[in-house]
Design a protein around this ligand. Sequence first.
Ligand SMILES: Nc1nc2c(ncn2[C@@H]2O[C@H](COP(=O)(O)OP(=O)(O)OP(=O)(O)O)[C@@H](O)[C@H]2O)c(=O)[nH]1
Ligand SMILES: [Mg+2]
Length: 387
Amino acid sequence: MKLAIVGVGQAGGKILDQLIEYDSSRNTGFIEHAVAVNSAKADLMGLSSVPESDRLLVGQSIVSGHGTGTDPETGRECIEEGIHEISDAIGHVPTSRIDAFLIVAALGGGTGSGGAPVIADRLGELYAEPVYGLGILPSTDEGGIYNRNAAASLQRFVRSTDSVLLFDNGAAKTSGETLSEGYTAINEQIATRFGTLFSAGEIEALSGGVAESVVDSSEIINTLGDGGITTIGYASEPIETDGRRGGLLDRFLGDDRGDDLQSAGDATNRITSLVRKATLGKLTLPCEHDSAARALLIVSGPPEHLSRKGIDSAREWLERETDCREVRAGDYPLPNEDRVAALVVLSGVTDVPRIEEIQGFALEGDDESDDGFEELIRYDSEADEIG
Ligand SMILES: Nc1nc2c(ncn2[C@@H]2O[C@H](COP(=O)(O)OP(=O)(O)OP(=O)(O)O)[C@@H](O)[C@H]2O)c(=O)[nH]1
Ligand SMILES: [Mg+2]
């Protein structure tokens, strides 16, 4: 599907950079237009893939180009000061070329945390297309300020968007590495997961014709729904290609499964096993699977490896695992790819331990946050209350 993306703040800009890199290196073309917004000049200058003309410095009269120093209230003011400039820059491309907007920001800092919901509100007022958020949660050990900022920002972001797709830095971090050392790898993980999702709905551009089972943008939009939180699981596995068969055969001989991956049965098994791995492994935001309201399964790879039978039986498994009747499934044919990958989207999730933990930080620091969080956890069944 075609997106107009806004990266807000430092993390938002870096992740936007990485998404552009993903899109251009694979020629997927899901990013129709992109803008990076920040109150810190140095962070904007540090970007590489976002063209300079699409970088917007805001809030200069408030913070003189130095960022907010982890203060969402100042972040909100900076974005409000520049909101017309920001919406002009985003509106540069006609909406007939766009299926949805995506606003990317870390929720624990200042500019992105305070500013992302302001931009979402504005786009929601101006356009009929859905507005999604891609929110980065701080890891728990970043401490009270980051976690409290994230608590307040998440609540506002959920209210002002059609869905917030969340990525928890803490769940992605590998042991022995500080968070900042790991950002490059983490941002690649983010781009692979969310890039696969949004480019899957853009497959017409690649193949020139649409097979019946290919995921399209309306299935993604229907899965994300109109209010709530979304999380993603991903798993992939290399496949042998003609040119490399010798080397890989050697590898298989050393593999005690001893299976012949060329048979149709194995293509089916590979898919069901990848879908289990994607669902039961680390989600971008860990949650109870059966609290999802909707799910979408996308299997990508060379068309001859996308077994319809495998996708059907994986979808049935996912229906049981999520206890959810609204499970969509489709494929994403990538003729030149040397891997098969499964992407599992769980949307409208309500039972999320990390959000309860963030709620605890908010309650510690500020009595007023109490009511808001009660609403956030319940929003899905009582969406009208917060609409
Ligand atoms: N995944 C990821 N998280 C990041 C990255 N850079 C910073 N973060 C996280 O983002 C949060 C801080 O948000 P920033 O984006 O740096 O803050 P900001 O929006 O620029 O706001 P200011 O406080 O005004 O600078 C922390 O929780 C960091 O862990 C990154 O490259 N990738
Ligand atoms: Mg910053």
